[in-house]
Design a binder for this molecule. Structure first.
Ligand SMILES: Cc1cc2nc3c(=O)[nH]c(=O)nc-3n(C[C@H](O)[C@H](O)[C@H](O)COP(=O)(O)O)c2cc1C
Length: 382
């Protein structure tokens, strides 16, 4: 079996987004409906902007799957951008209409975006040539790929769930059982507590009125992952490092915590470390999980607990101060149709990214040309 890899391609207003997934075993069931349900969730949540009204993301599987099962060959996923039709004269891969390109050009580079550094680095004058790829539209195809990896994990009894914990400081600090996390998908902002959800809606509404934006924190949990995934011998194998890398690669993510996270620094050793016990029936066990399911870069068999912090959306309708890249004159940053808050979407994207990282780690350890082989090897682990 080949090593698992995944790459995405596509521009925000280009024809399509695609992902190529290599190294999947044969006979993995691919649930297109479940993928489309996640894609719909990624487009929802209170505070999203106009783009979501144009797109209705659905995945098309171009290669590697027959009769809803993987063949073992590379799987290509595709999501067409409906908006491309409106942008074609300016976004064609062939010669573009010059007037249309000029109309869509972005030179009033936006703080908090890749615009300024990108135009300098890639010798562009139009930041559109940067932002089309920097845009979080790319996360749609990562969610689709994540759906395939969730299927792989689910076949092994590994489940991922999450919730929004806070929106711009409005926080739900309650602890929830894994099974309760699903309720977040029915709330407006992803916050489970109804009263706090309503407060978060108020907060987003008032920020929107002021032309301002919000970020927040999501919690992602993983149940059923056996111990020993990741690695202690080589720094690059460490599971916490790989999860942080994957999560930090999501647009607007500025922090990742594992278990107690930054709180570890405020507490003593006795308050933080999870003591180990042994019982004939249970084997080794712990009664606390402040480590968040990872010790020494390896899963330890407890639930994985991760927190992900998202900065406020950087496009402000009452734009921030900037400079026009071409004229060098003082300007107000460009403000394209934009979200006020996308934390609900971030939760879905983070689930997908965690699924990808874990599937890769499992495949590295267990190999397997067929799903049965993978499952037999996984079940044989303690
Ligand atoms: C789901 C999601 C939706 C986003 N929507 C917007 C948006 O509508 N407008 C915007 O300016 N930034 C949006 N962002 C954030 C930018 O893509 C991101 O801040 C920018 O590309 C710069 O990257 P960085 O924040 O990782 O440095 C979104 C991010 C995510 C995860």
């Amino acid at each position: 079996m080949a090593k698992m890899t995944m790459t995405t391609a596509g521009e925000s207003h280009g024809k399509a987004l695609v992902a190529i997934l290599e190294g999947l075993p044969a006979h993995l069931h691919v649930d297109t409906e479940a993928i489309n349900a996640d894609l719909a969730l990624r487009q929802s949540g209170f505070g999203r902007g106009g783009r979501q009204k144009i797109e209705k993301d659905t995945v098309e599987i171009l290669t590697g799957v027959r009769n809803a099962e993987t063949l073992g060959s590379p799987v290509t996923l595709c999501i067409y951008n409906k908006d491309f039709a409106n942008w074609l004269p300016a976004m064609s891969a062939g010669d573009c209409d010059a007037a249309a390109m000029e109309k869509k050009a972005l030179t009033k580079v936006r703080p908090g975006h890749a615009d300024l550094t990108g135009v300098v680095k890639y010798a562009q004058t139009d930041a559109r040539n940067i932002l089309e790829r920097a845009s979080a539209r790319e996360t749609a195809i990562r969610v689709a790929a994540g759906g395939v990896y969730k299927g792989y994990l689910s076949a092994l009894g590994v489940e991922i769930a999450g919730r929004v914990k806070s929106v711009c400081g409005v926080e739900d600090d309650k602890e929830y059982a894994f099974e309760e996390l699903q309720k977040s998908k029915q709330s407006q902002t992803g916050i489970i507590d109804e009263k706090i959800d309503a407060l978060a809606v108020e907060k987003i509404t008032s920020l929107k009125k002021e032309g301002d934006t919000a970020g927040g924190v999501v919690e992602i949990r993983v149940k059923g992952l056996k111990s020993g995934f990741g690695g202690v011998m080589t720094y690059a194998d460490k599971l916490d490092a790989r999860l942080a890398q994957g999560l930090m690669s999501i647009q607007a993510v500025k922090g990742v915590e594992v278990g107690a996270g930054f709180d570890v620094a405020k507490k003593s050793g006795k308050e933080i470390h999870d003591e180990i016990f042994y019982d004939e029936e249970k084997g080794f066990y712990r009664t606390t999980n402040r480590a968040g399911g990872i010790e020494g870069g390896m899963s330890n068999g407890e639930e994985l607990v991760l927190k992900v912090a998202m900065k406020p959306i950087p496009t402000l309708m009452k734009g921030l101060q900037t400079v026009d890249y071409v004229t060098k004159e003082k300007a107000i940053a460009a403000a394209e149709r934009s979200d006020t808050c996308a934390i609900f979407a971030l939760e879905i994207i983070a689930e997908a990214v965690v699924a990808q990282v874990l599937a890769f780690a499992i495949a590295e350890r267990l190999g397997g040309d067929t799903m049965d082989e993978v499952k037999t090897r996984y079940d044989a682990l303690k």
